[in-house]
Design a protein around this ligand. Structure first.
Ligand SMILES: [Zn+2]
Length: 237
């Protein structure tokens, strides 16, 4: 089977995908051979991870890991203490919801704009587990989360060797069903596409980061939110 052999096509990403590549896949690649073909053509895929760290540089030192529930609970209890919340609570159902998910996988997505218009809570509040704990025990903690750390989107160049076949297979359907302008096709293919990585992702995947200052709609607080901190001490890293 012939393929596209351009050296600059070794990385698959929303911002570099060309009409020619899309057309080639639609015309020549069958669903059952897609993943194998994809791996033969690309070495990396550009992904994004949204969070709200206190220290951005820590990710550059340590990389990305799933949530550690005991550590999350320790931080949560500290927040309760800080805000003067001293009532009994039971969060076992919250942790059960995330068990085997956030404490097992690192989540990345293929479209950085999803953190602006589809799921801004990752950069407004940080950890989804922590946000859920706050909502189930003391919603006032959400204000604290919203004012701690800096909204950050990490830009990652992830080796395809780190991604399992089942995470890539849906790309085929997204590509062959995409229509309209290139902009519309990019949105259709990349938006709302999550990839899970196990057990962690190294810091060497980071190719940059940004701190969006767009006006975001915070559906958890039913109000708009805008980050005012556009730079951190790791911005020149
Ligand atoms: Zn920064």
């Amino acid at each position: 089977m012939s393929g596209l052999n351009y050296a600059d096509h070794k990385t698959f990403s929303k911002y570099t995908l060309k009409w020619k590549e899309l057309h080639f896949i639609k015309k020549n690649i069958k669903k059952r051979e897609f993943v194998r073909w994809f791996r033969s053509q690309y070495d990396f895929i550009i992904c994004y991870h949204g969070c709200r760290p206190k220290d951005v540089s820590e990710y550059y030192r340590k990389g990305f890991f799933p949530s550690n529930f005991p550590e999350t609970m320790q931080a949560f209890e500290q927040l309760l203490d800080d805000t003067g919340y001293h009532f009994p609570y039971d969060v076992s159902h919250v942790l059960e919801t995330y068990q085997g998910k956030t404490n097992r996988f690192v989540y990345v997505i293929l479209d950085d704009e999803d953190f602006i218009d589809r799921a801004p809570h990752y950069i407004i509040y940080g950890s989804e587990t922590m946000l859920s704990l706050a909502e189930n025990v003391s919603p006032t903690i959400k204000t604290r989360l919203r004012n701690t750390g800096i909204p950050t989107i990490f830009h990652l160049k992830v080796p395809l060797a780190r991604i399992s076949d089942c995470e890539l297979v849906s790309l085929y359907q997204q590509i062959v069903s995409s229509n309209g302008s290139m902009e519309q096709r990019r949105l259709h293919i990349f938006s709302n596409y999550t990839i899970i990585i196990e057990p962690s992702l190294g810091a060497d995947c980071i190719i940059g980061h940004s701190h969006p200052t767009d006006l975001l709609y915070d559906q958890h607080a039913r109000q708009y939110y805008q980050n005012k901190t556009a730079r951190c001490c790791a911005c020149s890293t």
